[in-house]
Design a protein around this ligand. Structure first.
Ligand code: FES
Length: 411
């Protein structure tokens, strides 16, 4: 050790000893200065409650037709109902909307389509596409008008940019209404709130149903270094110029991104997830560079390999222990256990409806369920101890369940 190094070491040791010697003295000074009364609440707890409220009472401020089948709803804090301000979020997260439809208490996750900066200005936007057989979207079209009150969860979900985890070049692959979280990301990136660039590959099957196209064009023009997009049209007749045609294949992805280094974020129908994930894996993209939005329940489980043939056409019985009683309900094989519970006026806690958030964790006492290959978000210990996520589980035999005591509501 040189003389200089020795001097630095001695100085450092003396400084540490002195700091330790003064520690008790300084602590006593702080105790004496502290107010005699206890704090009514802790700042850190207040902040946590503001960022992660158990629920948010919102009110619809504006309704706008986005395309021929989709509408954007602007939601603000409903102060009359006790929500003073809306919670901040990360671009890419969703709200779980809680509504009672035809007597059933249900939840639906919708990505926030506005930016985090908009939340600081007091509003969220969610954009909903109406589906032909949509139990919930039909209700929304009929009842969601300006002034209607809506209850939502805090912002949730894991599909957001993290500089420690993700490449600074994000490639978003969106199908249909799965575009909404990427509008939030694009706005945030163009506003400088995220130090990354976004290349959007957006698949649509109908020119009349492309969401936010004018806004995307403007952003791409104003911020070419931060945002760009390519449309992939799968309809027969395409009049728009500069589009790719067909489905979002590996070839198209490779033409518009660098599979060797980019991070890929996916949001869209479950069929698109399966197909695009396979294409990305075949391009050599490791799963650690792939993020997928939880996007609701599996539709039509029988198209998955591994789903027992014929189970979708059957009806099963479920013995339910919950809310202080035991009763038997029926369940269709092609609907999740959560839907069967909600139809029977049980409302176990739920948010993502994709097997990810664990809110609906329930003990399966008897019987078998089928769980989609990409939606089994259970912890290993839960899996071994017989817990299921009803939102991601489909009955393939008669069942017996014990519902969670906390949070199960009357439907
Ligand atoms: S609702 Fe999220 S895991 Fe079931």
């Amino acid at each position: 050790m040189t003389a200089k190094q020795l001097k630095i070491k001695v100085k450092g040791t003396l400084r540490d000893l002195l700091a330790f010697k003064n520690l008790a003295k300084k602590r006593m000074q702080r105790f004496r200065k502290a107010p005699a009364t206890r704090y009514s609440s802790l700042h850190v707890n207040d902040l946590a409650a503001r960022l992660h409220p158990a629920s948010q009472n919102l009110v619809i401020k504006e309704v706008r037709d986005e395309t021929k089948s989709s509408r954007t709803f602007t939601l603000a804090a409903d102060r009359e109902a006790g929500t003073g301000e809306i919670a901040y979020f990360q671009a890419g997260q969703y709200l779980s909307i809680r509504e009672t439809v035809e007597g059933c208490a249900i939840t639906r996750p919708y990505s926030i389509a506005s930016s985090p900066a908009d939340a600081l200005n007091g509003f969220y936007e969610i954009t909903i596409r109406k589906t032909d057989k949509g139990f919930f979207t039909g209700h929304v079209w009929e009842h969601w008008k300006v002034g209607r009150k809506v209850v939502a969860s805090a912002p949730m979900g894991q599909m957001f940019y993290s500089p420690l985890r993700d490449s600074r070049r994000i490639v978003a692959v969106a199908g249909g209404s799965g575009i909404t979280p990427f509008r939030a990301m694009a706005r945030e990136i163009c506003a400088g709130g995220i130090d990354a660039s976004l290349r959007l590959i957006y698949g649509c099957s109908d020119e009349g149903d492309i969401m936010f196209i004018d806004e995307f064009r403007e952003m791409a023009k104003a911020h070419p270094d931060r945002f760009s997009f390519v449309l992939v049209m799968s309809c027969d007749e395409v009049t728009l110029e500069g589009c790719e045609k067909g489905f979002i294949t590996g070839d198209i992805i490779a033409r518009h991104s660098d599979p060797g280094s980019d991070s890929y974020f996916l949001c869209g129908p479950d069929l698109m997830y399966d197909f695009v994930t396979r294409e990305l894996v075949s391009l050599g993209v490791p799963l650690r560079r792939l993020r997928r939005e939880a996007y609701g329940e599996i539709k039509n489980p029988s198209r998955f390999t591994g789903y027992p043939s014929g189970a979708e056409g059957k009806t099963y019985s479920i013995v339910v222990h919950g809310r202080g009683k035991t009763e038997t309900i029926t369940a269709r094989g092609d609907e999740s256990v959560l839907v069967a519970l909600e139809r029977a006026r049980y409302a176990p806690p739920s948010a993502c409806r994709s097997g990810e958030c664990q809110f609906c964790r329930t003990l399966l006492l008897k019987g078998d369920v089928w769980v989609g290959p990409e939606s089994d978000g259970r912890r290993e210990a839960d899996r071994r101890n017989g817990y299921i996520h009803p939102c991601a589980s489909f009955p393939v035999s008669d069942l017996e369940l014990e519902l969670p005591t906390a949070g199960t509501r009357e439907g």
